[in-house]
Write a protein that binds this ligand. Structure first.
Ligand code: CA
Ligand code: CA
Length: 334
């Protein structure tokens, strides 16, 4: 043992663990089990054996899961062989609470873990600015909200942007180019030059796809007028952001309602819709005129039929007078 009385320990959230070779009464043959238990702590799993004194409702981890398999109290789970109750590795399992605390959760069962299961966002910076034929934008992965009551609480994602694509009318999706030569980061600037055979007005759509193959929840869309052969965009010319600036939603996470905050650079007809994490339309939230200045659009957490929607991630998309749509993500926790 160390002079502190410990023979193996780790800090919740890491960054390291310390073990002794024989681990006191556990013996050298259980080195792997003790190592597994302590490694759980590094990823925010909590002790579940009685003498640790951890109440059922103490919570930990990026997803803030309660310690509901603790032996200290009457908890919701009772999985006797969880590694966080300290059992030999050959019959150890992970209870639901421990899995939740290390964020090994796939709530919607689509084989993509919650921490990765988000849609990337795409924003356009300029469309044919100064008579050019180039569209520029930025694609960004969306981290899920960090609910950890411990640690720094930074929101992080290990997703990266895999590709950005654009389409004119229904001509098929074409690849945009990464400004720095490779789509390999969490945030990537991109450019493309829409090529058309004939002059005319085209409906432009832009979407991003992340490293898990998940597409943007909401497309960037605009009508642009392009001169054939040159590709020069003569109308639809704009600098983005347009009339509406998104200030986010408060509170977030929320239950049961939240407010989307906006700033309008001019009075405008504003339309706001809510999508779920798979991109399905949930609620036509708002469609009315708003004056210049600050505005808030409340959402009561119900769908178009007035039914309360389930916990999860939702996206809102706001557009004003046909200027480019802006989107944001929010988390409903019931
Ligand atoms: Ca999933
Ligand atoms: Ca890059």
């Amino acid at each position: 043992m160390f002079s502190s009385g410990h023979f193996a320990y780790a800090y919740l959230g890491g960054p390291f663990e310390v073990l002794t070779l024989d681990n006191d009464g556990w013996g050298q043959q259980n080195f792997a089990a003790v190592c597994a238990h302590e490694t759980g702590h590094i990823f925010y799993a909590m002790d579940e054996y009685y003498s640790a004194g951890s109440p059922c409702t103490s919570a930990s981890g990026y997803l803030r899961y309660e310690n509901q398999n603790s032996q200290y109290g009457t908890c919701l789970e009772d999985v006797p062989f969880c590694i966080m109750r300290s059992v030999p590795l050959e019959y150890a399992v992970l209870c639901t609470s421990t899995k939740g605390q290390i964020a090994w959760v796939d709530a919607d069962g689509d084989s993509v873990a919650d921490v990765l299961d988000t849609s990337p966002a795409v924003q356009i910076i300029s469309v044919g600015k100064n008579g050019s034929s180039t569209v520029q934008g930025i694609a960004t992965v969306t981290p899920i909200t960090n609910l950890n009551p411990m640690g720094y609480g930074n929101e992080i994602s290990v997703n990266t942007i895999g590709a950005v694509q654009y389409q004119l009318d229904a001509a098929g999706w074409a690849a945009a180019q990464p400004a720095d030569g490779a789509f390999d980061g969490g945030s990537e600037n991109f450019i493309f030059q829409p090529a058309v055979a004939d002059s005319g007005t085209y409906h432009l759509q832009v979407r991003a796809v992340n490293s898990w193959g998940t597409y943007s929840a909401a497309l960037f869309e605009a009508d642009i007028e392009v001169v054939g052969a040159t590709g020069i965009i003569v109308s639809g010319e704009q600098n983005v952001p347009g009339a509406v600036r998104l200030l986010g939603n408060r509170p977030n996470p929320f239950n049961p309602s939240t407010e989307i905050a906006l700033y309008l650079t001019e009075g405008a007809g504003v339309r706001a819709v809510i999508y779920d994490a798979r991109g399905a339309l949930v609620r036509r939230l708002f469609d009315d005129l708003l004056p210049m200045g600050d505005a808030t659009i409340p959402w009561d957490g119900a769908d178009d039929a007035g039914r309360p929607v389930a916990s999860g991630r939702y996206f809102y998309r706001v557009e004003a007078n046909g200027s480019p749509a802006v989107t944001g993500a929010m988390l409903l926790l019931r």
